[in-house]
Design a protein around this ligand. Structure first.
Ligand code: FDA
Length: 397
């Protein structure tokens, strides 16, 4: 092989995250000569830190409804071509032990490292060349493919797959490469914003909830018709926990969120019933049965001299319901990309074929994974999108 041949590849995949590695594996299995370029010294950095180090690698309930996109139908084709069962079979093939934590979320029993090892092993079996510590700086379209410039050299490739992810966690090297490439080719972008991210309080709410730092509660949370039932956590800066992360992906600046701290209880009816059956019962005693102690104390601070349940007026009952079940909060903002698990928005699905992730206007150019305007709910859905979109591009690149 001459040195010139050595820099010619059938497929260059830029970014060795979940989507890029899956794509490289599949293209390699098809006999394509594949180069996987990774800017960092290690592949799969986000996989390694995901799921608290255990990687929530997919979800048994993965389905198109669990994804956010300007075009909610776009993800269907890839999710159908490579399902959660396909990835589970791969995990089983590599003998990686896993368990369902809750709500269909599958985690490694031991370490996320096993998932990266699986992907690296499959890359090696597919004959994929990996250059670590070698980022793509620039790309150009040529008559017969693409030129990719790294700090080291210029590479020529027939197909080019952009799998460089989104903007979340810049300290791991997250950057806007995918969006810059999209702009180079005049592709539309769906507006970007941090998703699966904690909220910050405005000063008044920070004071109002100051005593609750560290308290968690099972809540129903909503923005309009969008609703989640999960845990919420008060932090010293605002709100976090799965319920908040889920709803944050739908939140637009300035919008209010509604929180129900007693989602299983019709509080008005309960208080009215107790007014008859246990009139001497203290409201505080009743609330502490259902709410975390500190939360109950904080709620009751809004009411001076609450009478016993038997003497509660309908107006006070309404006020209690408002304070516990209809809590309205307007976050001042989010913790931003530094804390966001994902970037919502990205390369517009209108520019891509859903079957292959290929750019409609630029044959043999593909975008996969988080760079694309498809964002999963919390719970393993984002990795499933990475596997599915990477897989389909790997069949065509
Ligand atoms: P990803 O960002 O993973 O990979 C892109 C790669 O491209 C990186 O390795 C980057 O270094 C490289 N790159 C960037 N620019 C480059 C360039 N110019 N040249 C070469 N390489 C370049 N999801 C889930 O389903 N379950 C979970 O448990 C979690 N947990 C989780 C925790 C935390 C803290 C975060 C931040 C995120 C999660 N996620 C998650 C989300 C999940 O990590 C994310 O959706 C996927 O990693 C996206 O995969 P991609 O391959 O698209 O991008």
């Amino acid at each position: 092989m001459t040195s010139v041949d050595a820099l010619k590849y059938d497929v260059v995949v830029v970014g060795a995250g979940a989507a890029g590695m899956m794509c490289a594996i599949e293209a390699g299995k098809r006999g394509r000569k594949v180069l996987l370029l990774e800017k960092a010294q290690k592949c799969g950095q986000k996989i390694l830190i995901s799921g608290g180090g255990r990687c929530n690698f997919t979800n048994l309930l993965a389905a198109p409804e669990k994804f956010i996109s300007d075009n909610p139908h776009f993800c269907k084709s890839a999710l159908r071509q490579y399902t959660q069962s396909d990835f589970i079979a791969l995990v089983e093939k590599h003998g990686i032990a896993f368990h369902e934590k809750k709500l269909g979320q599958l985690f490694c029993d031991e370490s996320a490292k096993h998932i990266v090892k699986l992907l690296e092993t499959e890359c090696a079996e597919g004959g994929v060349t990996i250059w670590r510590g070698s980022g793509a700086d620039m790309i150009n379209k040529t008559d017969d493919g693409f030129s990719i410039y790294t700090g080291r050299q210029q590479i020529h490739s027939e197909s080019l797959v952009i799998a460089t992810g989104g903007l979340s966690i810049p300290k791991l090297g997250a950057n806007d490469f995918a969006y810059r490439v999209a702009r180079t080719f005049d592709l539309p972008l769906a507006p970007l914003r941090p998703g699966l991210v904690p909220f910050t309080f405005e000063p008044g709410d920070r004071e109002r909830f100051a005593d609750l730092t560290g308290v968690s509660a099972d809540v129903k949370i909503s923005i309009g018709k969008i609703q989640f039932r999960e845990n919420l956590l008060f932090t010293h800066r605002g709100l976090s926990g799965p319920a908040i992360l889920q709803i944050s992906s739908f939140w637009q600046s300035g919008e209010s969120i509604m929180i129900d701290f007693l989602p299983d209880i019709d509080l008005a009816n309960l208080l009215k019933e107790k007014r008859q059956s246990q009139p001497k019962l203290k409201v505080s005693a009743l609330l502490k049965e259902f709410l975390a102690n500190r939360l109950a104390v904080a709620v009751l601070r809004n009411f001076d001299n609450l009478p016993e349940v038997g003497n509660l007026s309908n107006i006070i009952i309404q006020d209690l319901v408002k304070t516990i079940k209809l809590v309205k909060i307007i976050p001042s903002g989010t913790e931003g990309y530094a804390k966001a698990e994902v970037t919502v928005g990205g390369v517009s699905t209108a520019a891509l074929y859903s079957k292959s992730m290929e750019v409609k206007s630029v044959p043999k150019l593909f975008f996969v994974g988080e760079a694309v305007d498809v964002t999963g709910f919390l719970g393993g859905y984002n990795f499933q999108w990475a596997w599915s979109s990477g897989f389909v591009a790997g069949q065509y690149a």
